[in-house]
Ligand binder design. Structure first.
Ligand SMILES: *Cc1c(COP(=O)(O)O)cnc(C)c1O
Length: 361
């Protein structure tokens, strides 16, 4: 039995939607993008959505819009996808890391205030693996210091914090629609959502060479739009998202039941609705387990094997050393992500759990 780590679901409705766009020959910033922006923002409980070319671009344009520039500091976590931090570097600001909480794998809010300086201009909590960051204390501190909060919600479409959807918790929130995410546009794509009209206008301009009206460039912008074909697929995917998240949660619940106590299983805080973008366990002999599962044709991942501050592209430029973020460093050697996507059957989950039991026997 071969079990892939991920498997985007492409429905007949999505194929039809693509063919419709091809017949209209309206490919850029047409009806599908506008509707998708409205529908996705509404889903997140936000007023506005701005479709962009990737999750990375969403973060970068959100930072630019919040005024981040050279000399500024932006706080985030070292255990996240590199894009979170690269988007900060691209604005010429400096990323400042706060270690993660060992239970939720998201920002340790008790270590946040000591990292706020008079140069801090934004905080990016990451809703990692589909579990929301503990937003109330983060937003409280940010308000006290008058710093905007940008949610990195690229792994948490449909997640909730105290009943409120991810995307509605900060000043701006960024989503990715890369194929492995909880919903995709079957390629690269992203969205910024916000309640702020000024931010919305600015991001709309930045994604399209600074134009508000054609051939008048008020800002130095980019080509960073979401395409009509992507948006048409995204609209269909959004309709399935809640169902798919329920399947992810059911798969996670079954793992929780079947995996024995020799591994550390993920935890859902009482204030969280976890959407299991990834089902991450900690275990001994991780690298051997990866080999064993791979040999048994079970796709697995590690998210992430090297914390950002220890990446070759970071360690020298920002004078990082190992030992600076001990929780992130410690879990990096123990974590493994098991397949949890909605196309898995119960038998698949049982098979994976059985193989893990076999390995530790
Ligand atoms: C996927 C992801 C991104 C970037 O999204 P892309 O669409 O791949 O550019 C940013 N942050 C996190 C946490 C992600 O998982």
């Amino acid at each position: 039995m071969m079990i892939p780590f991920g498997k985007p679901i492409v429905t007949e409705k999505q194929k039809e939607a693509v063919l419709n766009v091809l017949s209209t020959t309206s490919f850029i910033l047409g009806e599908n993008v506008h509707k998708f922006e409205e529908e996705f923002a509404a889903y997140c409980g936000a007023k506005y959505g701005i479709g962009v070319s990737s999750g990375t671009e969403a973060l970068y344009l959100a930072l630019l819009t919040a005024g981040i520039t050279a000399g500024d500091e932006v706080i985030t976590v070292p255990n996240t996808f590199i894009a979170t931090s690269n988007s900060i570097i691209h604005t010429n600001a400096t990323p400042v890391f706060v270690d993660i909480d060992p239970i939720t794998y998201t920002m340790d809010v008790d270590k946040l205030e000591e990292k706020i300086s008079n140069k801090t201009r934004a905080i990016i909590p990451v809703h990692l693996y589909g579990h929301p960051a503990d937003m109330d204390p983060i937003v409280e501190l940010a308000t006290q210091y008058d710093i905007p909060v940008i949610e990195d919600a690229c792994q948490a479409h449909g997640g909730k914090y105290k009943g409120k959807p991810t995307g509605s918790l900060g000043d701006l929130a960024c989503f990715s629609f890369y194929p492995s995410k909880n919903m995709t546009v079957c390629g690269d794509g992203g969205m910024v959502v916000t309640d702020n009209e000024e931010f919305t206008e600015k991001i709309q301009m930045l994604r399209s060479h600074g134009q508000r009206v054609k051939n008048r460039h008020d800002l130095i912008g980019f080509t960073a739009r979401l395409s009509e074909i992507s948006a048409a697929i995204g609209r269909e995917q959004l309709k399935e998202l809640d169902n798919w998240n329920k399947k992810r949660r059911a798969n996670a619940a079954l793992y929780n039941e079947l995996l024995e106590e020799s591994v550390i299983k993920p935890i859902e805080k009482e204030w969280a609705y976890h959407v299991y973008h990834l089902y991450v366990i900690q275990c001994e002999k991780r690298d051997e387990l990866v080999k064993f599962l791979t040999k048994n044709e079970i796709g697995v991942g590690i998210h992430y094997p090297i914390p950002i501050h220890l990446q070759p592209s970071y360690i020298d430029r920002l004078h990082f050393t190992s030992g600076m973020y001990p929780i992130s460093e410690k879990i990096a050697n123990k974590i493994i992500s098991l397949p949890v996507h909605p196309a898995l059957t119960q038998e698949d989950v049982q098979f994976v759990a059985e193989k893990i039991r076999e390995f530790y026997r």
